[in-house]
Design a protein around this ligand. Sequence first.
Ligand code: SF4
Ligand code: FE
Length: 492
Amino acid sequence: MKTGAQYIESLRKLEPIVYFEGKQIESVVDHPLTRPHVNSAALTYDMAFDPVFEDLVTATSHLTGKKINRFTHIHQSTEDLVKKVKMLRMIAQRTGSCFQRCVGFDALNAAYSTTFDMDQKLGTDYHKKFVEFLKFVQEEDLMLAGSMTDPKGDRSLKPGQQVDPDQFVHVVSKDEKGIVIRGAKQHMTGMVNSHWMLIMPTTALTPDDKDYAVSCAVPVDAKGVFHIFGRQTNDKRKFDEMDQGNAEYGVVGGECLTVLEDVFVPWDKVFMCGEYQFAGLFVERFASYHRQNYGGCKGGVSDIVTGAAAAIAEYNGAAKAAHVKDKIVEMVHLTESLYACSIACSAEGHKLPSGAYYVDPLLANVVKLNVTRNIYEICRLCHDIAGGFIATMPSEKDYKDPKLGKYIEKYYKAVASFPTEERYRMGRLIENMTGGTALVESMHGAGSPQAMRVMLTRQGNVEHKKELAKRLAGIIKEYPAEKEAAATKDKE
Ligand code: SF4
Ligand code: FE
């Protein structure tokens, strides 16, 4: 296993091409725009060595029997699934932002079981190759960017019908050595500070979309790959300390657009090529694993937002007001509801034919749908408690200005016993954690709400519910036991 420092050193050896505002970022490790995201991911490495957290952040490889970082593990039990959620909450309580590594973790787990099932059904030989790649990932303790989301072009058209075929990553040629792919992946969390990316299809496919049924592993600095780093709300503040709110770990995951311009991938790193029948399953498994996470990571982030609301209420002199206490309780309730659902979908997980464990997909989708609502409400309550000053504070430079600083010190003071700077810093933290970029990530990260509704429609089994009602109303007299058992079993 690597430590955080070793992870950072390993990034220095890579040469990803990353642009921001038209200029190339020389080193993602040293650039103020990307460094907080590196720090956040580094914590997933360091915590594996901390005796307090070791049990959650490490696991035993089912392939080699060695101790590995959990972020490279294939879930072997429901206990593994539960530990994953606990680990995410615990890390998020320290970063207050996205630590990015879960996307690759989920991609590994989705690819493991999907390649197995695909080989069983179609007689292909992807799983063996994938296992070799997985061993390499575990041995080197690599960070992978899970690369699913394509730009998608016209949403009413399937990949094969697009005017521009590059709107979905696709295979442009193949020979005995490997394949060449072209297209782009969007909203790529943690990509610029990962070692490799694991490319997956983004949607269910038809026989006409065969060229789009592709999964493969590609180094982030492979020939033909470049990344355009995304803007975030207030990102220029990364050049100042206090104005950022969370200078160490930033906000969300440092997303980018990754362009793949005719990238060659050797066959041993290709895990799907043309098997359109399995694209939907791949997507569904990845999405369910990633949606499982959100009551963990957003639970941890919400713990901080709740704590910040309680602290600012004290600074403001409002902590004893009954309505403030009630709002804090509401925030706790909303947060624990998110977490409870993540734990539930993990505890209700089941074994797949490959031997790996999978979450309950219906409950995992409920987790993420709740996040698209509860986080807004948690942040709304925090804004309500904190007051308008979080949106109007003068800059750090003015605070430190010899002429202006004393006025800010004087007029931003609230309860006399608390230093103004504490109130200022807490206000900035709240502004950072509850602002535009963080909220949009809660809405669309791991898929947009409509994607969860589609899953709920498919998995909610309303027909069974109708039959339950009809039976009780005396409309259905007989209901075969096998039918009932089937309706309540495995929801995949
Ligand atoms: Fe992990 Fe949460 Fe970030 Fe997704 S949003 S990568 S689950 S920390
Ligand atoms: Fe995310």
